[in-house]
Design a protein around this ligand. Structure first.
Ligand SMILES: Cc1ncc(COP(=O)(O)O)c(C=O)c1O
Length: 301
C-alpha cells in the first residue's frame, strides 16, 4: 500500500522521510498535529481541521509560516500522489530544528517543519471498544490544555498503556476535579435515559471535530444532547457508552472496567445513531465539504 510523506513540500515514500535529531518535535514534543480522513473523495471537514491547527499553533505561540492555500495544496498533492480513495492524513508541524538541545525558545529560530503522512484509512468504524477508567489523570488545562492538539501525547500514551494492562482496548481519563474527560484519541458520549451526555470543553478535552458534528446532527434530529460534567459513576451506570473520532465516526463501547454493558454488544441506540450519523457525514462530504473545497481551490487560481 502506498505510504507517502510530504516533507516541507517534497513528496517521498514514508520510509525514506527523515527529520533532524535537533528538531524540537523530536527533542521536546514541541509540535502540533491534525488527523483527517478523506470521505467520498474529499479531505473531510477541512475548514475545521485547519482552524483547529491554527488555534493549536496560537496556543503554543508557534508561528505557522504557510498560508491556508499552500497547506491545502500540499495535502491534496500528497493524497493525489498516493492514489488512495480512502486516505488517512496526518499533518505534523514542529517548531523546527533548535540551535541547541535547550528548551528555551531563544534557541528555536524556526522555520517550522511541515510533515504530512498519507496512508490507507484503517477500517475501524463500528469496531467495539473495551474501555477502562484509568487512575492516570488527564493533564490539567492549566498545565497543557488538551484543547491544543500538540505532539506531546505522553499523557495519553501512558493512560492507554494502563488500560491495556487492565485488559481494555482504550482508556477513559478523569480530570483533577474528578470528572470524566476523554479517551486516548477520542471523545466520549453516554446515553442516560432519553438524554445523550458528553463532557463540556471546560472539562479539559480536545474539541473533537466529530464531537461537534455529532452535537450539530443531534440538534437537527431533535435528540437531546447535553454537554455536562460527568462523574465516573455516571458513566458506569449509563445505558450505553460510545466514543467519537475522525477515524471511528462512532465507536460503541461494549465493556467498561472489564464488565459487559448490555451483554457485551453494541447498544441499539448507539448502533442506530452510528448508521444515521455516518450517512449524514457522507452527505456533508458531498454537500458541504466538497463544494467548500472547490471554492477554496478555485480561489487560488
Ligand atoms: C485526545 C483526543 N480527543 C478526541 C479526539 C477526536 O477528535 P476528532 O473527532 O477531531 O478526530 C482526538 C483525535 O485525535 C484526540 O486525540
Amino acid at each position: 500500500m502506498p505510504e507517502l510523506c510530504n516533507l516541507d513540500g517534497e513528496i517521498l515514500p514514508l520510509a525514506q522521510a527523515r527529520v533532524p535529531v535537533m528538531d524540537r518535535g523530536f527533542l521536546f514534543g514541541d509540535s502540533l498535529y491534525e488527523v483527517l480522513a478523506t470521505r467520498r473523495g474529499v479531505p473531510f471537514a477541512w475548514p475545521e481541521h485547519l482552524a483547529r491547527l491554527r488555534n493549536s499553533a496560537a496556543g503554543i505561540d508557534l508561528q505557522l509560516d504557510l498560508d491556508d492555500a499552500t497547506i491545502l495544496r500540499r495535502v491534496q498533492a500528497t493524497i493525489a500522489a498516493s492514489g488512495l480513495t480512502a486516505a488517512y492524513v496526518r499533518i505534523i508541524v514542529t517548531r523546527g530544528a533548535g540551535t541547541a538541545p535547550n528548551i528555551d525558545l531563544a534557541f528555536a529560530p524556526g522555520p517550522p517543519c511541515w510533515v504530512m503522512i498519507v496512508r490507507e484509512l484503517p477500517a475501524i468504524v463500528g469496531k467495539p471498544i473495551q474501555l477502562a477508567i484509568v487512575d492516570r489523570l488527564r493533564v490539567d488545562r492549566r498545565a497543557l490544555d488538551p484543547a491544543i492538539k500538540s505532539g506531546n501525547y505522553l499523557n495519553n500514551v501512558l493512560a492507554l498503556r494502563e488500560a491495556r494492562q487492565l485488559g481494555a482496548t482504550d482508556c477513559l481519563m478523569v480530570n483533577t476535579a474528578g470528572f470524566v474527560t476523554e479517551a486516548s484519541t477520542s471523545n466520549v458520549f453516554v446515553w442516560r435515559g432519553e438524554r445523550l451526555l458528553t463532557p463540556p470543553l471546560t472539562a479539559g478535552i480536545l474539541a473533537g471535530v466529530t464531537r461537534a458534528l455529532l452535537l450539530e446532527f443531534c440538534r437537527e434530529q431533535r435528540i437531546a444532547a447535553v454537554e455536562q460534567d460527568l462523574t465516573p459513576a455516571e458513566v458506569r451506570t449509563a445505558d450505553e457508552v460510545f466514543l467519537t473520532s475522525t477515524l471511528k465516526d462512532i465507536g460503541p463501547v461494549t465493556h467498561l472496567d472489564g464488565r459487559p454493558i448490555l451483554g457485551g454488544e453494541a447498544g441499539p441506540r448507539t448502533r442506530q445513531l452510528l448508521a444515521g450519523f455516518s450517512a449524514h457525514l457522507d452527505t456533508l462530504a458531498d454537500n458541504r465539504y466538497g463544494p467548500a473545497l472547490t471554492r477554496l481551490v478555485g480561489s487560488q487560481r
